[in-house]
Design a protein around this ligand. Structure first.
Ligand SMILES: Nc1ncnc2c1ncn2[C@@H]1O[C@H](COP(=O)(O)OP(=O)(O)OP(=O)(O)O)[C@@H](O)[C@H]1O
Length: 595
């Protein structure tokens, strides 16, 4: 339950909604208790005077006048009850406008807080937690917490206020009748609590099978090309049928419990009413109560049943909200370990130095870099070459501080990258990651994404430098062409070039291309590298690749092997040396000739 205390700051922020809501609850309950007294008075008036009226049978004129007086009094009571019902309706509306509105405001704030926190967390966090989990906490869990902040608080306050206003009053009329009338209510509350827990458990199971079902369908649609080319359509339909069957059976189970739920409530409420009439009747016979009191009590019992029913419901809402808030807090309290104390923002030229850098991935324990030591002067281009999994991407990630080195340090213009203000450091780097990611948006916006304000000329220049402009000009809508699910699909090479244009449009001091030309043939690769020459002229560039063809133009080449630098030098120097680089060169040359 202490997890929910985190929300108190929000309750404090919206305290005026809460205070007003409480006031409206009290007023609306006032307008629901008074009609009970009016019903009692009206009934007693009729009961007390009906025998008098009958006695006047011999005096028709008097009887008529007397009857008119009774009638008009009953009408006054009736109209008063109606007016109070309308007033109660108005104040109930106001209760919802304050407390439920408050819960919606807090839901909005909480979602924004969680999202902003997610954004601040390092990439390692995203590797540890799957996307479904991240989404569930910001949507489903927040919705469950809102049920506590809205309906649970509203009905909870309503119940407390009604009890405080009504129960003492009922005791003041007749303690014995009050006790009997209230007797079945705790049983009602407990049974609702238990049944509700079963309903919740089953609903969650249904939710799980529904999300399995949608994941399955989503994957089937995304992989439709694979399914079709391997003729697995029938198999896919069979799997869907099986998953749907699980969903159907669980839903039927829930329907059964729900079907039992309402008869149970109604019979317990009925029991309360019968007890009230039975005990009330015997009190009337003893002359302790009037008939009107019985009617009044039956109304009060009806009034109390919903709040008591809601007690079981509120308890389970609060339990679920506490569990959800615990999950939310787990993420909200996750600290970002990629921070900077000094937050320096010096003018940089882009020189980079790896000083004995080692790096081990915390989650997998893989040591990706071992005592890597090299320097890149400002404006120099360096190619990093090596086999799969030798640590090339890790090296790029460390420069951008997506991770922090385990040992040693990385310096930019003599300053440790950990001392830079993070946004500033990343602003100096144009990083083209290995996995291209394009948003479902226009090509223009995808390129301009790299910077805050990009002019048309800058966007076009970046596109030309990435050798993309000509391709896009051929599209009917040019740069307005929408990509992604709603739009067209670019070829692998085109996607890589959009990604390159996005990196260079921000005019960074350091450009990192992480295997960014793997999807284009060597001819196009050369064309792009030549076009990029102009861009790279005054930038430090790091070109990560498997291919010698990408590397040979660089001022310096580093050959990585199993996280260590095996060789370094220029293309010619390394060929002359006759080591791993030359071996790779000859292998690739042979491959090209054969092709
Ligand atoms: N986020 C991560 N968490 C744990 N281990 C990782 C992570 N990223 C990479 N590794 C591991 O670290 C090692 C180096 O990976 P890295 O991606 O740097 O290689 P690479 O040289 O870029 O390979 P490729 O050319 O295939 O992209 C690999 O063994 C890989 O499995």
């Amino acid at each position: 339950m202490k997890d929910l205390q985190y929300l108190n700051r929000y309750l404090l922020k919206y305290k005026y909604y809460l205070i007003l809501g409480l006031l409206f609850i009290a007023i609306s309950n006032f307008f629901v208790i008074i009609p009970g007294q009016l019903v009692r008075n009206a009934l007693d008036l009729v009961m007390d005077n009906i025998s008098l009226y009958r006695m006047m049978e011999g005096l028709p004129e008097m009887a008529e006048d007397f009857g008119d007086v009774i009638n008009s009094s009953v009408i006054v009571y009736g109209v008063s009850i109606l007016v109070m019902a309308l007033l109660r309706g108005f104040f109930l509306f106001m209760v919802r406008q304050t407390i439920i509105a408050m819960s919606r405001h807090i839901e909005f704030d909480l979602k924004n807080e969680i999202y902003a926190h997610y954004q601040s967390l390092p990439t390692s966090f995203y590797r540890r937690n799957n996307t479904g989990d991240l989404m569930a906490r910001i949507s489903e869990d927040v919705s469950k917490v809102r049920m506590y902040l809205g309906p649970a608080i509203m009905y909870g306050l309503n119940m407390v206020v009604l009890f405080l206003m009504l129960i003492p009053y009922m005791f003041s009329i007749n303690a014995k009748l009050t006790l009997y009338a209230l007797l079945p209510l705790p049983v009602l509350s407990l049974s609702i609590y238990f049944v509700n827990n079963i309903i919740n458990r089953r609903s969650e199971e249904i939710q799980r099978s529904l999300s399995d079902l949608s994941t399955f369908v989503q994957e089937a649609f995304s992989g439709i090309r694979v399914i079709k080319s391997f003729s697995r359509e029938e198999d896919s339909s069979k799997n869907l049928r099986e998953q749907s069957k699980v969903y159907r059976d669980r839903s039927l189970g829930l329907t059964k419990v729900q079907a039992l739920f309402f008869p149970l409530i109604l019979s317990l409420i009925g029991l309360s009413t019968i007890l009230t009439i039975f005990v009330g009747g015997s009190e009337v016979l003893k002359g302790q109560l009037s008939f009107g009191n019985i009617a009044e009590f039956v109304l009060y019992v009806q009034l109390l049943t919903w709040p008591v029913t809601s007690l079981g419901w509120i308890t389970s809402i609060i339990q679920r909200a506490a569990a959800s808030q615990k999950r939310i807090n787990e993420f909200l309290f996750t600290k970002n370990n990629i921070t900077s104390e000094k937050e320096i923002t010096p003018e940089v030229t882009g020189s980079i130095k790896f000083d004995n850098v080692s790096f081990t991935y915390e989650d997998s324990g893989i040591q990706a870099l071992k005592k890597v030591d090299f320097e890149i002067a400002a404006g120099e281009s360096v190619a990093i070459i090596g086999g799969t999994g030798c640590g090339k991407s890790t090296l790029a990630n460390l420069i951008c501080r997506l991770f922090d080195v385990t040992e040693g340090s990385i310096l930019m213009d003599g300053h440790d990258v950990r001392d830079f203000k993070i946004d500033y450091l990343r602003g100096q780097i144009g990083y083209v990651p290995q996995d291209v990611f394009l948003f479902s948006d226009s090509i223009r916006n995808n390129i301009a994404f790299g910077s805050n304000d990009v002019s048309e000329e800058e966007m076009l220049a970046a596109s030309r430098q990435a050798d993309l402009h000509e391709n896009i000009s051929r599209f009917e809508n040019g740069y307005e062409t929408v990509l992604g699910e709603r739009g067209i699909t670019l070829s692998g090479g085109q996607k890589q070039r959009v990604s390159i244009a996005r990196a260079i449009v921000r005019n960074p001091k350091v450009l990192i291309l992480d295997d960014s030309l793997s999807a284009v043939d060597t001819k196009t690769e050369n064309a792009i590298l030549n076009a990029l020459k102009e861009v790279m002229a005054n930038k430090t560039s790091i070109i990560i690749s498997h291919r010698i063809s990408s590397a040979k133009l660089a001022d310096k080449i580093l050959v990585l092997n199993d996280g260590q630098i095996e060789e370094q030098g220029t293309h010619e120097e390394l060929l002359e040396k006759g080591g791993a680089y030359k071996e790779l060169y000859l292998k690739q040359l042979q491959g090209e000739e054969m092709a």
